[in-house]
Design a protein. Structure first.
Length: 380
């Protein structure tokens, strides 16, 4: 593979850790950030190519831990390298440079095909693929959402081996604590699987037991889980109380009320709430209907739902999620950008390579204009 040309990105408002700075340039060589230097540094003029952003924002590329589809395709329908590539291409238009193809509850054969496809995609260098998110099938029928309950089954020894079988990337597994005992959660965590709690009717005690056993996050907080109540905190209460776990937030205006999103930000320590899309085939395509678990899903005005009004993923992209976070949640552009990059990178254990604009980090970057619309993404 030919080496990437060196270039300098100039005349931008660059997010460097906690600050947006307009007096620096970013030097990139062979796909890595070589240096962050003063705008008038001699190395800028010496670069073979200079990219002038005309005062736009330069942010770390977005990292999405829950991507079911995009570009008109659904990962479950065809868990292949080509499907993964098409989904990644669609989301990269919206600044997403790292993602987990997400398989919604399915049978063992489809799970195995999905895991193999992700492993092959990573080996082949398909841009952006960081691993896989298995959303189910070890979840609760009472909180199934649009999942097919006929696919649900216990996490026995064979299923555990399957869930742990990705050899070269991150595995996130969403499960319901009342369906999977703490000993199994502990074993999954010990083998490197990032366990998330979701699609669960568990009470607070069962949720707390899963966290104590090694669960690290909550899949689309508030949705498809027991709510916070005065005498029974439920899954939501456990999530908001726990300082160590991460919570994925779908900021599309359909899944969660804006006030509830603000409550999560107020309750959790900074850095533990991250933006996710739960995206479906309409993202990056003109497609407005698709099939999921035998049901026709229709997307209207950004809302994806069954004929009965059950939400079935989203039509959200990460750039829109960032804009919504700024507009609705009272966070700065810098903090919204971290919710879309640095925080999910930390959740996935990638914080030493991705999610920051700093020397030695992978040069996965997105340029936004003054209206926070995507102008360009690296790698292209």
């Amino acid at each position: 593979m030919a080496a990437s040309p060196s270039f300098a990105i100039t005349n931008a408002r660059v997010l460097v850790d906690d600050a947006l700075r307009d007096d620096i340039a970013v030097l990139v060589e062979d796909g890595v950030i070589a240096a962050v230097v003063g705008a008038d540094d001699a190395r800028v003029a010496a670069c073979a190519e200079r990219v002038d952003l005309a005062g736009g924002y330069l942010l770390p590329g977005f990292i999405d831990a829950q991507v079911n589809g995009g570009g008109g395709v659904l990962f479950n329908d065809a868990p292949t390298v080509e499907t993964i590539r098409r989904i990644g291409d669609a989301h990269r238009r919206y600044g997403t440079t790292g993602f987990l193809p997400t398989l919604i509850s399915d049978d063992a054969a489809r799970m195995r095909a999905a895991i193999d496809a992700v492993a092959t995609a990573i080996d082949a260098g398909v841009p952006g693929v960081l691993g896989i998110h298995l959303e189910g099938p070890y979840i609760a029928p009472a909180r199934k959402g649009a999942h097919d309950a006929a696919r649900f089954r216990p996490l026995d020894d064979a299923e555990l081996e399957l869930a742990c079988s990705l050899r070269n990337g991150v595995t996130v597994l969403t499960l319901a604590p009342e369906q999977v005992p703490p000993a199994r959660v502990r074993e999954l965590a010990a083998r490197g699987v990032i366990v998330c709690i979701g699609h669960s009717a568990a009470d607070y005690a069962a949720t707390r037991a899963a966290l104590d056993a090694g669960a690290r996050g909550f899949t689309h907080l508030y949705n498809a889980m027991t709510p916070l109540q005065g005498r029974e905190p439920g899954v939501v209460g456990a999530a908001l109380e726990d300082a160590a776990s991460w919570c994925g937030l779908i900021a599309d205006g359909h899944h969660v009320h804006r006030a509830s999103l603000r409550v999560a930000l107020a309750a959790k320590p900074r850095g533990r709430c991250m933006l996710v899309t739960d995206a479906m085939p309409p993202v990056g395509s003109d497609r407005t209907t698709y099939m999921l678990a035998g049901a026709v899903i229709t997307c209207r005005d950004g809302r994806c739902e069954t004929a009965d009004g059950v939400l079935a993923g989203s039509a959200l992209d990460m750039a829109t999620a960032l804009r919504n976070a700024v507009a609705w949640l009272g966070v700065s552009i810098a903090e919204a950008a971290r919710m879309a990059s640095a925080y999910p990178a930390a959740f996935l254990g990638e914080e030493h390579r991705r999610g920051r604009i700093a020397p030695g980090f992978v040069a996965e970057l997105v340029a936004l204009d003054a209206g926070l619309q995507v102008m360009r993404t690296w790698p292209a």
